[in-house]
Design a protein around this ligand. Structure first.
Ligand SMILES: [Zn+2]
Length: 330
């Protein structure tokens, strides 16, 4: 079976042709050039799909986008990273079907990118029996990069909610008086513990002229500070960066502890740039979550790094497209 997963991001479009086991057969990357507007981006999506499926030889297509998505209707709503897309909703699947001219011969599905990554880590990555060594059917995925995205697997299925909006774990509030979030709320996990939040905290330290390797990496300009610099300095043993990672683990742990209480998962997989700190993040995070969960939950879950890297969303779209084909064939 040949399945296509298309990950439409703010900066790049990644297309992956894979089989139903997630084995990648071909791949194509294009810049999104989001500033050119929706029509130009749709044309590039069509180009990536056609380039990977000469003659239309594909069994199903999944597309994921950095936006809330009505999966049933194939409609996405105003992605913050893609300027010019209507807040009233863009019926992307209908548009693509019309442009490709394949009618209903090739089933297509639309997903939110973090939900797609969750599905991919569950089916082909950290939660897959071959990787983990045991079977799980309850899992949480979290990506901690510029923002925080996530998703939830319950009873072996992605939790989607009534419209497909469920699983916005980055927008769970951990501090009612916390920083303003991009979503309009304040004190969200994303506003407090994302890569952006980590960089904001580090920039304040650099501005205060405290001695740290982060300042050196940022050439002593607070405006240059990134989360990656904090991770790099922590890995080099810089005490200030290590303090910041401890703080990061504490904030993240407040969120993850609540997710454990809420969903009783067997596995929590964490990816994204901030997770590249490895055990410098994971060790204090595990301790913090353990401290915060209700007693019966202790020892019932594992917190591990995600494994699929930047292909995860595209592979999740592959998994979703496979789900469609299975439903159609039965
Ligand atoms: Zn938020």
């Amino acid at each position: 079976m040949k399945l296509l997963g298309i990950d439409l991001g703010g900066t790049k479009i990644l297309g992956v042709l894979a089989d139903e086991h997630g084995k990648v057969l071909d791949e194509r990357r294009e810049p999104t050039l989001a500033h050119e507007g929706p029509e130009a981006v749709v044309e590039r999506l069509v180009g990536v799909i056609r380039g990977l499926t000469p003659g239309g030889g594909v069994d199903g297509i999944g597309v994921d986008v950095p936006a809330p998505v009505d999966t049933n209707a194939g409609v996405l709503y105003a992605p913050p990273n893609l300027p010019g897309w209507s807040e009233k909703g863009v019926p992307l699947i209908s548009i693509l079907k019309e442009k490709l001219g394949w009618g209903d011969r090739v089933p297509m599905v639309l997903m939110n990118d973090a939900n797609a990554s969750t599905l991919a880590e569950y089916r082909f990555g950290a939660g897959c029996e071959k990787v983990l060594g045991r079977e799980v059917s309850h899992m949480i995925f979290l990506t901690v990069s510029t923002g925080i995205g996530g998703g939830v697997i319950v009873d072996g299925k992605l939790l989607q909610g009534s419209q497909g909006f469920a699983g916005e774990l980055g927008h769970v509030v951990i501090d009612a008086d916390g920083y303003r979030c991009n979503c309009g709320n304040s004190g969200c996990l994303e506003a407090m513990a994302s890569g952006m939040a980590l960089a904001r905290e580090a920039a304040t330290i650099v501005a205060g002229k405290r001695e740290t390797k982060i300042a050196e990496l940022a050439e002593w300009d607070p405006a240059n500070v990134t989360a990656q610099m904090v991770v790099e300095a922590a890995r080099a043993g810089d005490p200030v960066a290590l303090e910041l990672m401890e703080r990061e683990a504490r904030l993240l742990g407040a969120g993850v502890g609540s997710f454990v209480n809420m969903f009783n998962p067997q596995l929590i997989a964490i990816g994204g740039g901030v997770s590249h700190a490895g055990e410098l993040l994971f060790e204090p995070l595990r301790a913090e979550v353990d401290r915060r969960v209700m007693a019966p939950f202790r020892g019932t879950y594992e917190i591990v790094p995600a494994v699929l890297g930047d292909q995860s969303a595209a592979l999740g779209s592959v998994a979703a497209a496979h789900g469609l084909c299975v439903i159609r064939d039965t």
